[in-house]
Structure formats: structure tokens, C-alpha cells
Design a protein around this ligand. Structure first.
Ligand code: ADP
Ligand code: ZN
Ligand code: ZN
Length: 802
């Protein structure tokens, strides 16, 4: 009897290793790596899930092995590459391997689901016996090993397939469709017998005659695209001209319907980039390229043509973007070039949709995958190229366990697949740019905009000036007149309100009382649509007070500027202008982002007002003005990346202006006009910013000069949190050399969230060979305390410290 090594779904340090189980005779050849099985665990009758990591002939274990209880999947859900990756990832992110394995699965397989056997052939007696007259066969916990074995054999012979269905949700949308048994001649004959005023019937028959190869065709396609009604179809059905059947259609993500595009003739700079990357694709070199290209330099075309190169060599390509819903234009460009060969994975997909895309990738139906962070686990094989667009974006790092960075995972996969990684940005992260400086990455600079379009002219407005501080609202005279001129020319403007997702909060002007969440240490924010004050962290809500709960003064009011407020000011200043607002409130519905951007692109509005989400990747030729209301918000963050984030945001948003023939203007309002991050962003001068910021990072011993590990401790009891933090610090001290820097423990910026207190310790180091092992041991030692509410989280190279 053979033996399987299994990672069990018990997320503790003690169980964070493979366990051996016997494979029952009947399941020999069925159980393979990457499959999930159910196994007995511990004493008692408890059965838990596990991933098969390896199958071997015999065990080195002396005692008696327990057998696998049953297989959960009838086909592997993870490839060998992913199994290997999970081990590396767990180690790197201080997480349990089981968490990593779960993270790699599409969410449908983590949810409650059912599994069905779907027949692929109709004339096989074994298949028909199994189905027993039904269209599908449901795989339940009860099926015996013999049946499992049979299904497995049928699947391998491509006589059946297995599909997952999320419970309470149809896996595949069933749709009504039309087909016909008649051939072209019979259709024409039938048509000639119709009354001439039976217009709809004639139209339908004509359509069928022209499209016989592409039948069946769905009702809604006929209706929407050809104006043939359901009634007409039903009539034709009655007259035996057509047949109505149900088709299962794989859902396609909504809102993606771009025009087909073809290769552009490359500029010299683009050509150099494409050549270098193509060479690495052909030579199968796992190198990392950093494209530092100013906004509008045409990075996308470089991505598209290198993807094409990979496809020509019969390979696949993976492209990551920060957040799909924020970058619909980028997705459209990829789909526009490669059409059906592209799968798009993003958070807006339902479980079912995500599963469909996943299946298309696994079945090799697609060659290109575009998606946000988690798409880095897409089950592509023979990857020829991995692209990470806007590589500096913080969203590439996952905030929860496993705290992985997509860039690291991409580089790991690139090594295994022997392919290059391309990082692209107008404002690369300091880490990546520093690696390019050292020659670890190959630097490709694109300094010119397409058509030698000049960079936008930037005007920094000092809000401390008398003239500006005198204005009542948030618009300086300079920005107001720039907007007016843009409107007069019938061009478009983008207005950025720089804020961290907070809308206005309530403060008393008499006593300074701020309305806070009773559970968390943050101010409640006003949600206009609910008419309530709400906590950003725990969801607590309460009515808007009209007197101060502290001093009973009536002078309690809103503070801080929200987008709604700015929108009102815009309406007051420019009653004629049409304003579109894009923020968390207006984009809650699925597809809302894409719709707003589409409207703006069709010139249905003059001003697009929004938060950070409008800063990235937008390419609208008629936008000639970008206004930034408050450049300083990100500067004031208590984070060593504050300057970098500010520089990135301002450079990116400025880059939205003047992308076509017309010159762009940018107006930046700030209280820190002399800050280098703002001045360099105004010049779109990444290199100068990089040098200055590197100098400061060097001075303060931060990334990329030092590695950083952030360890946070949380507990319901503040005293205990502190005690544990100091204990932790002592543990670390024993493992670190004198060269390492240990900061803290200190309370996090929001020190209480959901009734837990948070303290953190920061370790900065250059070379500490013992640290990794010691941290793993600490995780192990503190396991027993987890149940009592003691939590340690380790973040390797944190994106933000707060
Ligand atoms: P980036 O991502 O570097 O900011 P884009 O890739 O969005 O820039 O390109 C800017 C604009 O230039 C786009 O409208 C794009 O279609 C156009 N463009 C890119 N490459 C070429 C080219 N070789 N010839 C003509 N137009 C191009
Ligand atoms: Zn008060
Ligand atoms: Zn709260």
C-alpha cells in the first residue's frame, strides 16, 4: 500500500508539517499530489481536510498509519509548482503552509460547494450507468471508493469532467438558445413559404441561414444584437423551424467589451525595451527588468508586444495590475489585443465567475491572464513572461496572512518557469529602483512621452499665501481660474482629493471633542447615504449628534473635507459644469467604476472628481487640467514611506494631463510647497526624488538600506499586550547582533481596533542569520497562548507602518 504525505487543515505551528497516511487499495492511482482528501486526525473521530503533497511507496514511520478516509477532489486542484511554492511562501511569510495552500485556491473551492460529474460523451455505457438517466452525477461524501476509482478513470479518458458548484449558486448560467435541424436550402424554402409581412420570422430565418456554423445562439444575443424577439423565436419553434434548447455558458466578466487593436509601430525607446525583454523570453532567462518610464511613455505597448512574443513561442503570459476595477483601460487594452485568449481575474468576480476563469486557465483555453495580486497564483503553465504594472503599488502586498508580496511570488515562479519578470512604473518603489542601481534588476528607462508630447506644466500653489488662505472653500483663485479656462475650451479636468478613505468626522468647536468609535480608537465618519456616523474598522454606527456629548454645546460639526463637499463647491463655482464623482460611495456597485470612466471618456462630464482611485492609469486625451486639492495629506502620515507615497501619487495624477496633442496643466495646492516630494513630482523628476529619498532612508536606516520586519502583538487587555510585547522584545534581543536596530514596543497609530490593543516592534537589520529561525520559534512558543487571545503577527518588509 502506498503512502501519502498530507498537510492537514489545522493551522497551528505543531501541525505545520506533512503527516503520513495510508492510501486505501481502492484509491491507488486515484490519490495524487495537489488533491484534497479527508483524513482522521488526533484522537477521537474527528475528520479534517488535507492537501496531498506527495505520494510514495512506503513510509519511514514506525507506528501504524491511519488510512485516508475519502478523497474530496476527484482531480488535483493545485499543480506541483503550486505545492512547491506553498512551502517557500509559508517560510517566507511566517504563515502556516495550509494557509498558503488555501490562499492559492480559487475562492469557490474554499466556500461550501458541491461537485458534479459532467458527461463529455453520450455513448459510453459506464458513463450512462453512473448518470442513471440524470444529466449529472453528484459526488457526495457517501460515494464508495470503487465509484471514485471509476470516475477517476473516466475522467482520465476524457469521458467525464468534474465541476464545482458553489452552494446556493448555479455554477453555470443556463440560458435559452436557438438551434435548427434545417440546412441552408431548407431554411430558404421555409422562408419562401412565409407571408411577406412576417418580418420577424424572415429575419430569424435569414439569421439562421447566415450563421449555421455558430449555432446554437442565445436568446439574449438574438434579442440585443439582432432585434429578434422571444415571441418570434417561440413562433418559429411552434412551426418546427427551430429548436429551443438550454445551453450552459461560462460566464464572462462584465463590462469588458473592447475594440480589437493591432500592433503599433514602436518608438525607439519602446523598441529597445521590447528587444531586451524578448531576448530574455527566447533565452528563457529568469531576469527581472525594471521599466522606469514617464507617464505617457507607452509602457503598455511594450507589455503587449512582449506578451505577443511569449505567445509566439507557445508560452503563456501573466500580467498583474494593482486593482482591476481601477484600471479598466489597461484590461481593455490587453483584451483588445488578445481577445478570447485572455482570462481576467479580479475581486469583482463572483465565486462562480472566478471559478470559470480558473477553469479556462487550467484547461489551457487561455494564454494570457490579467489580474490583481492573487492572480499571481493563476494555474498557468509554461509561463514565458510575467508583467507587474505600477509595481510600486502597496496593493501588491497582502495585508493578512499570508503576508506575501506579489513581486516575490512572481520572481519565484519566474525561476521555475525560466522566464523574465517585467516591473513597470513611472515611479518605481525605492526597493526596485535600488536593486536596478545595483544591477540586480536590469533598468530600462523610457524618458520621452509618445509623439514627444511635453510633460504637463505644473503650478504649485502655496496655500499659506494670504490670497489663498482668504478663500472660503477649498479652491484657490489659481485653481478656480484654471478650471474656468479648461471649461471655456471645452476640455476636461480631473480633480483629486487626496485623502485616506476617510470622509468627514465630527468635532466640537467649543471643547475639541471628537466623536469616536466605542470599540476602536478612530473617529467615526459621516456617511451621507446612511445619514449616520460609522466606524471604518468595525462597522459600528450611530446617529449624527446635534449637541456635543461632552459639553452639550451646539457647535459640534463636520470637519475634514469629503468628496461630496468638494462636489458641492464645484457645483457652486461652476454651475454649468457637469461633474462626475468617483469615490467609495459612488463605486460600491459592481461595474460602477467602469461606468463612470466610460461616461467621462465619452465626454458626458467636464470634471472628474475623485480620491486616490482616479490617479492611476487613466488615459483620456481631452483631459488638459489636473487639480490637486490637498497634496499634503499623504505627507503627514506617520510612515517612513510618506514622501514616497506623496511623490508617487502626485506624479501619477499629474501624468493624466495632456496625454494627446494638447498640452496639460496641473495645479497642486499645498501647505508644503518646498517639500522635495512635491517639488520633484511637479517636475516629474523621479531620478532627483530617488537620490534625495535614498539619502534620507540611509540617514534613518530604512528600506532599501535595511531590511524591516514588523511584529505586532494584540490582546484584549492592554496591560497584557504590553507585557507580551516586552517579553517578545527580550526574546528577539537574544537572537540579534549589535548591528540590528530594535524599535518599540509602541502602540500602533490606531492602537485599539475591535476592542483589541495593538503594539508593535520593528526590527531593522542588514544581516541577521538567526532572526528567521528565532521568529519561527517564537511563533511556536506563543501558540499555546493564542487561545487566550494573544496574537502575534509578523510582517516581512511591511508596506506601511502605522
Ligand atoms: P504609460 O502607461 O507609459 O503611461 P500608455 O501605454 O498609456 O503610457 O501610452 C500613452 C498613449 O500613447 C496611449 O494612448 C497609447 O495608445 C499611445 N501609444 C503608445 N505607444 C504608441 C506608439 N508606438 N505609437 C503611437 N501611439 C502610441
Ligand atoms: Zn463640546
Ligand atoms: Zn469601531
Amino acid at each position: 500500500m502506498s503512502v501519502a504525505e498530507i498537510i492537514v487543515d489545522v493551522p497551528t505551528m505543531q501541525t505545520n508539517r506533512p503527516f503520513e497516511y495510508l492510501i486505501p487499495e481502492a484509491l491507488t492511482d486515484v490519490v495524487v499530489p495537489g488533491m484534497r482528501v479527508e483524513v482522521p486526525f488526533g484522537r477521537g473521530k474527528r475528520k479534517i481536510q488535507g492537501f496531498v503533497m506527495q505520494v510514495k511507496a512506503e513510509s519511514g514511520f514506525q507506528g501504524k498509519l491511519k488510512p485516508i478516509s475519502r478523497v474530496i477532489d476527484l482531480k488535483p486542484v493545485l499543480s506541483q509548482e503550486m505545492l512547491d511554492l506553498s512551502a517557500w511562501l509559508a517560510d517566507r511569510t511566517y504563515s502556516f503552509q495550509i494557509s498558503c495552500l488555501q490562499t492559492m485556491l480559487p475562492s469557490v473551492m474554499r466556500a461550501k460547494y458541491k461537485q458534479f460529474v459532467i458527461p463529455l460523451v453520450s455513448d459510453n455505457s459506464e458513463v450512462n450507468n453512473l448518470l442513471n438517466g440524470q444529466p449529472t452525477f453528484e459526488i457526495t461524501n457517501q460515494i464508495d471508493d470503487e465509484t471514485v476509482k471509476l470516475i477517476n478513470r473516466l475522467r482520465k479518458n476524457k469521458q467525464v469532467d468534474i465541476q464545482y458548484v458553489v452552494q446556493n449558486q448555479a455554477l453555470q448560467v443556463k440560458r435559452q438558445a436557438v438551434t435548427t435541424d434545417l440546412n441552408v436550402i431548407q431554411l430558404h424554402e421555409a422562408k419562401s413559404q412565409l407571408r411577406p409581412n412576417a418580418k420577424a420570422q424572415i429575419k430569424l430565418l435569414d439569421f439562421l441561414a447566415d450563421n449555421l456554423q455558430s449555432l446554437p445562439v442565445e436568446f439574449n444575443v438574438l434579442e440585443k444584437e439582432y432585434g429578434i424577439s422571444r415571441a418570434a423565436i417561440k413562433t418559429a419553434e411552434k412551426n418546427n423551424l427551430v429548436k429551443v434548447i438550454e445551453v450552459t455558458k461560462l460566464r464572462k466578466p462584465v463590462g469588458i467589451n473592447p475594440e480589437q487593436t493591432t500592433k503599433l509601430a514602436l518608438t525607439d525607446e519602446q523598441q529597445v525595451a521590447v528587444d531586451q525583454i524578448s531576448e530574455a523570453i527566447t533565452a528563457e532567462k529568469p531576469e527581472t527588468f525594471l521599466i522606469e518610464g514617464v507617464t505617457g511613455s507607452g509602457k503598455t505597448e511594450v507589455y503587449l508586444q512582449t506578451i505577443e512574443k511569449a505567445l509566439q513561442q507557445d508560452k503563456t503570459a501573466l500580467m498583474l495590475v494593482p486593482e482591476i476595477s481601477l484600471t479598466p483601460q489597461m484590461v481593455n487594452r490587453v483584451v483588445g489585443r488578445f481577445g478570447d485568449q485572455v482570462a481576467v481575474l479580479h475581486s469583482g468576480l463572483s465565486n462562480g465567475e472566478r471559478y470559470d476563469e480558473w477553469t479556462r486557465i487550467e484547461n489551457h483555453d487561455v494564454k494570457v491572464v490579467v489580474g490583481a495580486r492573487s492572480a499571481v497564483f493563476a494555474p498557468l503553465d509554461k509561463i514565458g513572461l510575467i508583467i507587474i504594472d505600477e509595481e510600486h503599488e502597496a496593493s501588491y502586498k497582502q495585508d493578512d496572512n499570508p503576508r506575501y508580496h506579489a513581486r516575490d511570488v512572481a520572481q519565484w515562479r519566474a525561476k521555475v518557469n525560466k522566464c523574465p519578470v517585467v516591473l513597470g512604473s513611472a515611479t518605481p518603489s525605492l526597493e526596485s529602483r535600488a536593486r536596478a542601481e545595483k544591477g540586480v534588476y536590469k533598468l530600462i528607462r523610457m524618458k520621452k512621452r509618445i509623439n514627444n508630447q511635453t510633460l504637463p506644466k505644473v503650478h504649485i500653489v502655496d496655500m499659506r499665501d494670504a490670497e489663498n488662505s482668504a478663500v472660503k472653500g477649498d479652491f484657490s483663485p489659481a485653481l478656480t481660474s484654471a478650471l474656468q479656462e479648461t471649461l471655456d475650451r471645452h476640455e476636461q479636468a480631473i480633480v483629486l482629493l487626496n485623502r485616506r478613505g476617510y470622509s468627514s468626522f465630527m468635532m466640537c468647536r467649543e471643547c475639541g471633542f471628537v466623536l469616536k468609535c466605542p470599540n476602536c480608537d478612530v473617529s467615526l465618519t459621516y456617511h451621507k447615504d446612511l445619514g449616520k456616523m460609522k466606524c471604518h474598522y468595525c462597522g459600528h454606527e450611530e446617529p449624527v449628534p446635534n449637541i456635543c456629548p461632552n459639553c452639550h454645546s451646539k457647535k459640534i460639526g463636520f470637519y475634514g473635507t469629503g468628496t461630496q463637499n468638494i462636489e458641492q463647491q464645484l457645483n457652486d463655482l461652476f454651475p454649468q459644469a457637469r461633474v462626475l464623482r468617483m469615490d467609495v460611495d459612488t463605486t460600491r456597485r459592481k461595474g460602477a467604476h467602469a461606468k463612470i470612466l466610460q461616461q467621462f471618456g465619452q465626454h458626458k462630464a467636464d470634471i472628474l472628481l475623485g480620491t486616490q482611485m482616479i490617479a492611476k492609469g487613466l488615459d483620456f486625451p481631452d483631459v488638459t487640467l489636473v487639480g490637486v486639492i490637498n497634496a499634503d495629506t499623504t505627507l503627514s502620515l506617520a510612515d517612513f514611506r510618506a514622501s514616497e507615497r506623496t511623490f508617487q501619487l502626485l506624479t501619477q495624477v499629474s501624468g493624466r494631463a495632456g496625454r494627446a496633442e494638447k498640452t496639460g496643466h496641473v495645479v497642486i495646492q499645498t501647505f508644503n510647497p518646498d517639500h522635495y516630494a512635491i517639488k520633484d513630482a511637479a517636475k516629474q523628476d523621479y531620478e532627483t526624488f530617488f537620490k534625495q529619498e535614498m539619502y534620507l532612508r540611509h540617514q534613518s536606516n530604512y528600506t532599501p538600506y535595511y531590511f524591516t520586519t514588523l511584529i505586532s502583538v494584540a490582546n484584549q487587555d492592554e496591560g497584557k499586550t504590553l507585557k507580551q510585547s516586552y517579553w517578545l522584545k527580550k526574546q528577539l534581543q537574544t537572537a540579534l547582533s549589535k548591528n540590528a536596530i530594535l524599535l518599540g514596543p509602541s502602540p500602533t497609530m490606531i492602537s485599539r481596533k475591535q476592542n483589541k490593543y495593538y503594539y508593535q516592534i520593528i526590527v531593522k537589520y542588514k544581516h541577521e542569520p538567526q532572526l528567521h529561525q528565532r521568529l519561527l520559534e517564537i511563533l511556536n512558543e506563543t501558540q499555546a497562548d493564542v487561545k487566550s487571545g494573544f496574537n502575534i503577527a509578523i510582517d516581512n518588509e511591511p508596506q506601511h507602518i502605522d
